[in-house]
Design a binder for this molecule. Sequence first.
Ligand code: F6R
Length: 620
Amino acid sequence: MCGIVGYVGHRQALEVVLGGLRRLEYRGYDSAGVALLDGEGGLAVERAAGALSNLEKRLAEVDGGKFAGRSGMGHTRWATHGAPTDRNAHPHRDTSGQVAVVHNGIIENFAVLRAELEAAGIEMASDTDTETTAHLVAAAYADGPTAGDLTASVCAVARRLEGAFTLVVTHAAEPGKIVAARRSSPLVVGVGEGEHFLASDVAAFIEHTRDAVELGQDQVVTITRDAYRVTDFFAQDVEAKPFSVDWDLSAAEKGGHDYFMLKEIEEQPEALENTLRGHFASGGIVLDELRLTEQDLRDIDKVFVVACGTAYHSGLLAKYAIEHWCRVPVEVELASEFRYRDPVLGRDTLVVAISQSGETADTLEAVRHARVQRARVLAICNTNGAQIPRESDAVLYTHAGPEIGVAATKTFLAQVAANYLVGLALAQARGTKYSDEVAREFAELSAMPEAVRRTLSTVDQVRQLGRELADAKAVLFLGRHVGYPVALEGALKLKELAYMHAEGFAAGELKHGPIALIEEGLPVVVVMPSPKGRALLHSKLVSNIREIQARGARTIVIAEEGDDEVRPFADELITIPAVPTLLQPLVSTVPLQVLAAEIARARGYDVDKPRNLAKSVTVE
Ligand code: F6R
């Protein structure tokens, strides 16, 4: 949700800022803008609605000299307050044009601030919450105890703001300096030789430096060419946490594919390997950061899994595994619903919060609610040091690497694997599984990267099918048991990428309503359970397929290799390797991802940047 880049150093800032924005465009592409300081009191701003390329075109048309400064900042927007227009694009300025601000998040008390500014005679130039901060910083810098001190002025304004924000500010009077404040919204500092960077994500600057600094909650950072300084909102120095980025630029490039998503689908075996690596040691499962004792884990009498979207679908799978292995009740809940319905939580409740970004506002608020109720929180996250793991009692990182495509693919598989690791860790602590059983389950999990590799080698048939289905009006997805969350995930991928009506159903529910949707030629994708592992469910699903086929549906069946029983009822049969039941989603999801991507491409859509979506959703 909104990408931010800031730079002060020895290079042409415009190039650095645009390069960073290109890598952050996945965070929002409603509009983009830059503000450059020329070092002589000039502040040049350019903004454009739509994709970053619109801004680049506009910059190519305007006088290059104006944008030749060595410090500056940029923004790609995912609109919250105000339509995605030029007028609402960031950076926003104060009335004098001396202060420029870019912002990620939502300023909840902006209406009050706006009314106060308007009462003082200031005319707003946009509909955004962000613009208020530019006027407030200008006023704080002009007068009173913070006059002439940009860091102190930003601190004073940050103290007045409610909500979640990353705010990056520059003032024409201090050209070699950029100041940023953060609360519950991401910001990292890149530390180079004679240059410093600010960004929502390290991807924006890893081309230049791998040395980074993580900012804590309610902190302000001031960067100049030669130094950075971190303070709290009262301008008191605080200790910052340096770290080194352990993935390189090529990991964030497309690797020969048209789209990041296609590369990320192919990276799934490695994502699984990296997520599992190191988690089985000394005969047992080990998690990453466990600030809970073995006794705490033994005392748990209920598990809640909270997450959104694709992460929620991975959470649905966690329920099957944890209840089966640990004999403890598990509820899976959409994070956006969780805290509003007053769930029963206590010290012996474990809340597992799953989030690729670790920033999702709904999930973060669910975590906070759980902690207030004294529940223990374990985060499963793909982003080191993000807010959700920071606020949790324990963390298990999915090492899927950067995921740039907005639709989650490799992080979903990594989440499923991580959920299973959590299930096994709990089973081990609670004694519901012997250590040799845990070791066996882990070994089966460790064989999955190879099974996913095999699945990927057979997806050409799915691509062809995707092209054939490009003109379908709708597609239904059916599954039972662990195939049900897979059906939901298949439908979500299709909706978000191909803008096509798609629904996932538990196949047993068909006769309770959805069967009325079946009409001649309607494509229905069915995820079959194993004919051996789940014989009863298998035969029930075969009956479901017969029912829909009899009503004219075009049946697209995903089934294990050697499943001959279902073959006569499949208009199209897609085979996947035979693996243990709980692990089947790790292979059965893959053709559904490819199908959605291919239908979207055939319809001419950008699969990395589906309309109206952003990679991380930092507003509720
Ligand atoms: C769908 C998708 C979203 C995310 C959801 C949660 O492809 O990517 O549904 O899964 O927004 O995001 P995280 O995992 O970052 O909390």
